[in-house]
Design a binder for this molecule. Structure first.
Ligand code: CTP
Length: 418
């Protein structure tokens, strides 16, 4: 075994005691089963960076499902297994751990999900994305805490570089293009020169990726602390254009994303709002192809359609002196995220104010009288009911009536004019 650094102290310092104890136990049990077990992936990278990450991924040279079952007997928790992938998940109230059987993957065609065969940690690591994600920590007793770093991930962490393991990495899996940009911008690293060239060479391979996998990558970008940095870089490299040529990753987007964060602080912003702002520059036709490229679920797709529909009404919304009922009729029925996105995105302060008035007040204004009340007051059922309810809404919105009695007066007046 190569001599190397031992991270046992760092693990102890950075991870909660419960998880540290669990890893010890996993190492012990795997050992008695004659298996080797490793902590791998993002958490190793983040341990070395001193950053919090509680997503534990364990790789077992052996049988992850049987090991997980044995650990569960000792440690309670809930277990989920996926026999077809030889993986198991253990969950407790506050933590979860993924256990995977070491595997080798071959990519039958670019972008397809790989076919999997059982294998060793070396093979398992060699199928992965970037050197900084391809380090493992041994957990077996005697070796506990030793870093296994076959691709120089630690050096790349020090040099702040994102580097693929081999020339065909982006061809095997072009989602790594988005992943690479995400790590680069999140960590403030750089794509290593050769990796950058491969990425540029292989941008067209994004076409081999299914809509659902692309959507997942974009969701991951939107969950970053500063997604706009990833989109800016993606635009610069021609990756964003692959998503849709009319998308922008510019200063405008950065400013709007920043406003969204301030608006939702201290909570992180809804990714739906970010997405609506990203889609804002698109036309109605363009947004349809964007929606289908991401295979967006119905309600999210509707928010994007609404965002563009409201944008297309901006001229009317920007007219000074609109009455509340005018505003109501312009904006009624659209998703509130689409409205918030428009209130931030529009260049017209008047329109922005009108949208905010709708969101904060007008949309919640209710009429107290019901259709039944109107019938009791002598209005025949049929289209008149609608007409009178509409009249009442106008009066409510414009502040001409504020009470139930006021509404009744208005109805009586209407009846008298008949
Ligand atoms: N991985 C990969 N290629 C992919 C996706 C994942 O090689 N297309 C590998 C990487 O080694 C990664 C690990 O699987 O570290 C786990 O994937 P994921 O949970 O997506 O990544 P993390 O590194 O944990 O990243 P994050 O910090 O964004 O959660």
């Amino acid at each position: 075994m190569p001599r190397g650094i031992n991270l046992a102290r760092i693990i102890e310092k950075q991870l909660p005691a419960e998880l540290v104890n669990f890893m010890w136990l996993a190492g012990e049990i795997a050992h008695t089963r004659g298996e080797r077990i490793y902590l791998v992936g993002g958490v190793v990278r983040d341990l070395l960076l001193g950053q919090a990450n509680l997503d534990l991924d364990l790789v077992v040279e052996g049988n992850a499902i049987e090991l997980a079952r044995q650990l569960r007997e000792l440690n309670q928790g809930k277990i989920t297994t996926h026999p077809q992938f030889n993986t198991a998940k253990l969950q407790w109230d506050r933590w979860s751990v993924d256990l995977t059987t070491a595997r080798a993957e071959t990519y039958e065609k670019p972008g397809a999900l790989p076919s999997v065969t059982l294998s060793s940690i070396d093979d398992d690591l060699s199928r992965r994305d970037f050197t900084i994600n391809v380090m493992a920590i041994r957990l077996n007793p005697g070796d506990y805490g030793k870093l296994f770093d076959p691709y120089g991930g630690r050096n790349d962490l020090k040099a702040k570089l994102i580097r693929v393991l081999h020339e065909k990495s982006f061809i095997d899996d072009a989602t790594r293009i988005w992943r690479g940009l995400r790590y680069e911008q999140r960590l403030d690293f750089h794509l290593e020169r050769k990796t950058l060239n491969l990425l540029k060479r292989d941008i067209t391979m994004l076409d081999t990726i299914s809509d659902d996998r692309i959507r997942y990558e974009i969701e991951c970008v939107l969950e970053e602390k500063y997604p706009e940095k990833v989109f800016r870089r993606a635009e610069e490299l021609g990756v964003l254009a692959k998503l849709h040529p009319a998308l922008k990753g510019n200063g405008w987007l950065a400013e709007k994303f920043d406003q969204v964060r301030r608006l939702s602080s201290p909570q992180p912003p809804e990714t739906e709002l970010y997405l609506a702002l990203l889609a804002y520059p698109l036309t109605s036709e363009e947004v349809e192809s964007f929606i289908s490229r991401l295979n967006l679920p119905k309600s999210l797709a509707q928010t994007l359609r609404d965002t563009i529909a409201v944008k297309n009404k901006m001229r009317s919304l920007a007219i000074p002196g609109l009455s509340p009922s005018n505003i109501y009729h312009l904006l009624d029925g659209y998703s509130s995220q689409a409205l918030v996105a428009n209130s931030l995105a529009t260049e017209s302060p008047v329109a922005s104010q009108n949208i905010r008035l709708f969101l904060n007040k007008l949309k919640d204004i209710k009429i107290l009288l019901t259709g039944d009340d109107l019938i009791k007051m002598g209005i025949a059922s049929g289209p008149q009911i609608r007409e009178v309810l509409e009249l009442l809404r106008e009066a409510r919105l414009n502040g001409r009536v504020t009470t139930r009695e006021g509404e009744e007066e208005l109805v009586k007046g209407w009846l008298a004019q008949r």
